[in-house]
Design a protein around this ligand. Structure first.
Ligand SMILES: *Cc1c(COP(=O)(O)O)cnc(C)c1O
Length: 351
């Protein structure tokens, strides 16, 4: 990895591009006493009549203080979904390149591969839900530009072994994307602390889970300045709207609230796990490093349907590799968990 250069990985058409420069890119100090008649905005101030900061500098500054990563090593998007799509579009030539995912995992990697017309190579996790490092490294070739590691993984809820992840980052010749959507619930440390060691590493996080802001759509990608600069070339200029930037800033500044809510959810998760273990048709509750539990039941389709009839919606993951008869259950609030357990007890007595 010593002579690594992203130049070999970036698509030719993107290498040739200059970043699009929007009206607001050119004059960042909007607070200065200047007259802005450059962007065809409506002059009547309603708090939202101006285009938002295309580089979201305030949000990045705050993130930088929290995460210890420089602002020019971040790219923000309309949810992780947009960030992941930008990564595909920078590195993967349609109909030619490929990406590797490790099922069972997050469904968006497959959706994004399809929309970008890029081949998805599935290398299943092992029985213990850990990556098969040897197989992945053996399989890679000139076409495999991206490797997605979701840790903690959705839907299996476990974190990947850090030695294995390190072997993969070091051994994979493309870009390794570690999706840390659930990192705030995890015992493991974020890979952000080692970002600068690995020029081929991208870490993605989101405000959709622990921060409780799924509604605002804010995803974050952290990488080398080099990678971020290329992603910036193709980012739509105003992809993170003003309301989102304001809500994100407010939530990021309230780290106490984040810690409190995460602690509560983790406590409730353990309580729910132990109560689920007492249900006769629950065969297994997998350990969780996230805000959900994967459980194996006697008959997932049947139990899923019964829960729906009782007004409770969980996720049936039984069609996924290694997830036969598995349901994924988000840790709700205290009353929701109580309701779930009471319902399962009722189903248990009905047989
Ligand atoms: C929920 C989730 C996300 C979040 O995506 P957003 O677009 O930021 O809401 C990302 N990755 C995984 C694995 C998830 O489960």
């Amino acid at each position: 990895m010593t002579d690594f250069s992203i130049n070999y990985l970036v698509r030719e058409n993107i290498k040739k591009m200059m970043p699009y420069s929007s009206a607001r890119d050119e004059f960042k100090e909007a607070s200065l006493d200047m007259i802005f008649i450059d962007a065809n905005e409506n002059p009547f101030d309603n708090g939202l009549n101006r285009y938002p900061d295309p580089q979201q500098n305030k949000v990045k500054q705050t993130l930088s203080e929290i995460k210890g990563v420089k602002p020019d090593q971040m790219l923000l998007g309309n949810g992780s979904d947009e960030v992941l799509d930008l990564i595909f579009r920078v590195f993967c030539e349609p109909k030619k390149d490929a990406v590797i995912a490790l099922p069972p995992t997050y469904g968006m990697y497959k959706v994004l591969a399809s929309t970008n017309d890029v081949e998805l190579i599935n290398i299943p996790l092992q029985e213990d839900f850990q990556p098969n490092v040897e197989e992945i490294l053996e399989y890679q070739n000139k076409k495999t530009k991206l490797l997605f590691l979701c840790s903690p993984n959705n839907p299996t809820a476990n974190s990947f072994n850090s030695k294995k992840v390190e072997q993969l980052i070091k051994g994979f010749e493309g870009i390794v994307v570690i999706d840390e959507a659930y990192i705030d619930f995890s015992k493991e440390e974020s890979w952000l602390s080692r970002l600068n060691e690995f020029p081929n590493l991208i870490v993605t996080q989101t405000l959709s889970k622990a921060y409780g802001l799924a509604g605002i759509r804010l995803g974050i990608c952290y990488a080398s300045q080099e990678i971020i600069a290329v992603l910036n070339k193709i980012k739509p200029p105003y992809n993170v709207n003003q309301l989102t930037q304001e809500a994100a800033l407010k939530a990021l500044k309230d780290q106490e609230r984040l810690k409190k809510e995460v602690m509560t959810i983790i406590g409730d998760r353990e309580q729910l796990a132990s109560e689920l273990r007492d249900i006769s048709f629950v065969e297994k509750v997998y350990p969780s490093d996230a805000n959900f539990l994967l459980i194996k039941v006697d008959d997932a389709d049947k139990r899923y349907q019964q829960l729906i009839e009782e007004g409770i919606v969980v996720r049936n993951r039984s069609k996924q590799f290694l997830c036969e008869n598995c349901l994924r259950i988000t840790v709700g609030d205290y009353l929701e968990s109580e309701e779930l357990i009471l319902t399962l007890l009722k189903l248990q007595s009905n047989r």
